[in-house]
Design a protein around this ligand. Structure first.
Ligand code: BES
Ligand code: MN
Ligand code: ZN
Length: 513
């Protein structure tokens, strides 16, 4: 099966007045209670009050993201108008903006129209710039057009909706504005890669598939790619990482990708957990919903996605990606509870639970990271069910040995709508990892499970700034909309773009102007 293709959507900036724009559908915002942003007001005037009349009748619900389709509006060139609620004007901010755009994106995908004009990015958000609005609107619209379409997998064929979008702006189409749209599209493209890899089944997306994906990405962009095989890993002493995949018919891989855009600057190292399927091993997981463990490589997927985005944008940074890839299976060659392995760091680990496998791969990756003399290391992993219990699907768990790095990541999450929340790593928690037979056990017990997992990783962090993102609750959704979310690509890329441009969003920041 070939790598699925996701031609997302085309987005261009235009300054045409909304009532004059020729498009299958024109997307307009309206505040609860009927107040209209300037672009919607123009259309209301042109249609002799048809918009405000519909709102007055109560046809548009007040909650941000509610929609109302109005076909053939007199005085308006577009074939249809899609009215989207922006919620209460007094509460309008990042969230309502995102909700409105996500709702618009969904409606456009399901529309019979082929092209659209969207005014939503032209509505002021307190403390945010035009550039911010354009980047985030572009990202959300393009991401909304994502559709998992794996060749070879039978599924109902559905005609796609809107293919091209004109983002209407009343401001000037500056180079900065164009760059913002490009960034938004590049982030959506990175998210699409992360979603594709996550959504592919475990019998397709296995460690060799991830290695092939890295090689393909390396060819498409200027990335140096090296794949360490089992023998190479053995020579390096990666006993912890190797133990995870030792019962699988699929060989472990350790994938190294290097993006070199930053001259002689120290690299940022991204580490992604790449367990392509997690059965739990001999400590077998219960059967219910075990299929969702195909998403256990979403940390790796998000690192692939971030690499694609930064390469697409030619960011002036050096970034290294490290992926310990393995399939965690039971079998005659599998690790047993009680087995002791020696990690690349020389520290020994008693494997008390073979289902706590992610940290074993990450441990050796964190040791390997040291050779790059990193500016910082960020690992991303679907690491613990405990993190899902603590934070649900809203925020990713964030751990860091450096306050500034933690702050920067939290802010990047806030700005991109892909939030994290910091949890502690006090030394007292380390006691829970004591082993009678090795330097540590891989199991901290049920209390504070996300924290003890982070504390385990901390033992392999040697002299560099480090953050750990536990994305077990945010990487995918279950139920009818089952699928990968592409998180935390927005947070990671926002962070990297911020480093590259050395400026921040928000009031006072360079982008707020
Ligand atoms: N991949 C799982 C964590 C996970 C759970 C991700 C639910 C997404 C949803 C991880 O490998 C795991 O099994 N962790 C164990 C650790 C425990 C044995 C210490 C867990 O969380 O139960
Ligand atoms: Mn597991
Ligand atoms: Zn796992």
């Amino acid at each position: 099966m070939a790598t699925p293709k996701n031609d997302l959507i085309e987005i261009d900036l235009e300054t045409t007045s909304p009532e004059k724009v020729r498009a299958g559908v024109l997307v307009l915002g309206a505040f609860a209670g009927g107040a209209l942003p300037p672009s919607s007001q123009k259309v209301d005037d042109a249609s002799k009050g048809k918009l405000s009349a519909a709102i007055k009748r109560g046809d548009l619900e007040e909650k941000a993201g509610s929609i109302l389709l109005l076909p053939d509006l007199a005085g308006v060139e577009a074939e249809r108008v899609l009215l989207v609620s922006l919620g209460k004007r007094s509460e309008f901010g990042d969230k309502a903006f995102r909700d409105a755009l996500a709702a618009a994106a969904k409606a456009l995908v399901n529309s019979t129209a082929k092209d659209a004009a969207v005014t939503l990015a032209d509505t002021d958000i307190p403390g945010r710039s035009q550039v911010f609005r354009l980047q985030h609107a572009s990202r959300i619209l393009a991401d909304g057009a994502y559709c998992f379409d794996a060749p070879g997998v039978r599924r109902a064929k559905k005609e796609r909706g809107v293919q091209t979008i004109a983002l209407l702006t009343s401001g000037k189409v500056t180079d900065e504005a164009k760059a913002a749209v490009r960034r938004g599209l590049a982030i959506a493209e990175g998210m699409a890669l992360a979603k594709d890899l996550g959504n592919l089944p475990g019998n397709v997306c296995n460690p060799p598939y991830l290695a092939d994906t890295a090689r393909a990405l390396g060819k498409e962009f200027k990335l140096d790619v090296e794949v360490l095989e089992r023998e190479d890993m053995k020579k390096l002493g990666m006993g912890a990482a190797l133990s995870v995949g030792q019962a699988s018919a699929q060989p472990c891989k350790f994938i190294v990708m290097e993006y070199k855009g930053g001259g002689k600057t120290k690299p940022i190292v991204l580490v992604g957990k790449g367990v392509t399927f997690d059965t739990g091993g001999i400590s077998l997981k219960p059967g219910a919903n075990m299929d969702e463990m195909k998403f256990d490589m979403c940390g790796a997927a998000s690192v692939f996605g971030a690499m694609k985005t930064i390469a697409r944008l030619d960011l002036p940074l050096n970034v290294v990606a490290l992926i310990p890839a393995a399939e965690n299976m039971p079998g005659g060659k599998a690790s047993r509870p009680g087995d002791v392995v020696t990690s690349m760091s020389g520290q020994t680990i008693e494997i008390l639970n073979t289902d706590a496998e992610g940290r074993l791969g990450l441990a050796d990756a964190l040791t390997y990271a040291k050779r790059f003399e990193p500016a910082c290391v960020i690992d991303v992993a679907t690491l613990t069910g405990a993190c899902v219990i603590a934070l649900g699907s809203v925020t990713s768990g964030l751990f860091a040995n450096d306050d500034e790095l933690a702050e920067q990541l939290l802010e990047s999450g806030e700005d991109s709508g892909d939030r994290g929340w910091r949890l502690p790593m006090f030394d007292e928690y380390q006691d829970l990892l004591k082993s009678n037979f090795a330097d540590m056990s891989n199991l901290g017990g049920r209390p504070a499970g996300a924290i003890t997992a982070a504390c385990f990783l901390k033992r392999f962090v040697d002299g560099y700034r480090w953050a750990h993102l536990d994305i077990a609750g945010t990487n995918a959704v279950a139920g009818d909309a089952k699928g990968a979310t592409g998180r935390p690509v927005p947070m990671l890329t926002e962070f990297l773009i911020g480093l590259a441009e050395k400026r921040a969003w928000g009031a006072g920041g360079a982008r707020a102007a």
